[in-house]
Unconditional design. Sequence first.
Length: 150
Amino acid sequence: MATRRVLRTVEFPADSRPYMLRVSPDGKEVWVLTASADTNVVLDGDDLSVLATEPTGRSPVETFWTPDRRYSFVTHTNDTFVSVFDARTYREVARLEVGRGSANIGFTRDGATAFISIRGRNAVAVVDVSRLEVVSEIPVGTDPQGLIVL
C-alpha cells in the first residue's frame, strides 16, 4: 500500500473557510474561494505561494474560465452578481447582475456566450462575453444548478 503524506500546507486567515478550489486550465494556478472571507485566493501551481487575494461577493461558490482563459467567472450563493476576473491580473473587471444564487456556468465552444444557472430566479442568464453583459434570460425549472452547453 502506498504511503500518503501532506506535501505542503497553505495557511489561510482564521475563519476564512476555504471552500472550493479549481486548477487553472494551464495548470499554473490554483484558485481558492473562501466562504467566510468572501475572497478569491490565487496560488502558484508549483509552490502554492499566494499570487493574489481579491474580494468577491458573498459566499463565492465556483470558478469557471472562458475557453480562451482571458476571464474567470466566480458565482456566489448569497449575492446578486457574478464576479468576472481578468485571469492574467487576477483583478475583478466586471460584475454581472443576474440575481441571487448563481450556480454553474457553461460557455459556447467559441467562448462568445456564457450561460449561468440562477437558482433564485429559476432561470439561466445569457451573457455576451465580449461585452461582459447579460443579454437575456431563459426561464427553466425550479432551482437550476447543473448546466451543460453542447
